[in-house]
Design a protein around this ligand. Structure first.
Ligand code: MYR
Length: 280
């Protein structure tokens, strides 16, 4: 069976990798007032953060329409028998459900929607692995079972400068009273059962960073090989410093740097930092 991989723009996979591994991407959008922009097509990440700083109103985000999925799946059906469509967590976006619905509407290709239960470059790691396997001619079931295996070791923790955007966008799953107390600190956040929840309350950014590094250390000390990504919200220099420090600490981990693009940046705000990893 000839299989191809689709993902959405929030995996923020570099264009060179997408071309090399034949990864097809469907964009989510950011909406400022009445103007909607497909992220990284109509609005670059750099221009987004400038606009976010200048805008009085918080932008909104939208998932791709079912029609966009249908159109892409139909086009892919001309060349492929199956598509694995890997998306950001269904607990924070309707994108995965859009792929499910479109898959039921298109008969010409077998659609395997996959809920990454996360987002950003950790989702990107799944996508890259799936795409490599698809190029090797592996069957969809084998690819999906490998993704499930990767999921068991994957972790991601992140922190934001200000929780307001996450709270206003409705993507922080915590009781209202708890949110009040979180606003005073720099909580570490993570995903549990597809939604974002506070992991620990930490007073300073420095301590939050140390805690994230140590959490990776707990896994890395097993000696297994890990793949990790430092993810930043317009803080490239800080990400480079994290990378240097982490590489010295954990030689058995391969690090890359990625970023929170416009859609995820809308919810996390500028200055967010995160670290995600999984066992290779
Ligand atoms: C939509 O409008 O459907 C998109 C909603 C995106 C919500 C994003 C919430 C923050 C996700 C943080 C991911 C961090 C991964 C390391």
């Amino acid at each position: 069976m000839k299989t191809v991989v689709v993902t959405d723009s929030t995996a923020y996979i570099p264009e060179e990798t997408r071309n090399r591994l034949n990864i097809h991407t469907i964009p989510l959008s950011v909406v400022f007032g009445d103007e909607s922009y497909k992220e990284e097509i109509d609005l670059s990440t750099e221009a987004f953060y400038t606009r976010l700083r200048e805008s009085k109103e918080l932008p909104k985000t939208t998932q791709p329409s079912t029609g966009m999925f249908v159109e892409l799946f139909e086009k892919l059906s001309e060349q492929y028998d199956a598509v694995i469509s890997i998306h950001l967590s269904s607990g924070i976006s309707g994108t995965y459900q859009g792929a499910v619905t479109a898959g039921q509407m298109v008969d010409a290709i077998n659609v395997y929607p996959y809920d990454s239960e996360i987002s950003c470059m950790v989702q990107g790691f799944y996508v890259e692995e799936a795409a490599k396997m698809a190029l090797e001619g592996k069957e969809p079931e084998e690819i999906i079972s490998r993704l499930d295996e990767l999921k068991t070791s994957s972790r991601a923790y992140f922190m934001v400068d200000d929780l307001t955007n996450l709270q206003k966008g409705g993507r922080l799953s915590a009781a209202q009273a708890l949110i009040g107390s979180l606003l005073q600190v720099k909580p570490l956040l993570h995903f549990v059962d597809k939604v974002i929840v506070p992991f620990e309350k930490i007073r300073t950014k420095k301590k939050a960073k140390e805690r994230i590094f140590n959490l990776l250390g707990e896994d890395a000390k097993t000696g297994d090989s890990y793949r990790a990504c430092i993810i930043h919200g317009n803080r490239k220099e800080e990400a480079l410093r994290w990378k240097q420090e982490l590489e010295e600490k954990y030689p058995n981990v391969e690090f890359t740097i990625s970023y929170f693009g416009p859609v995820i940046g809308t919810h996390l705000g500028e200055g967010a930092m995160g670290l995600g990893w999984l066992r290779k």
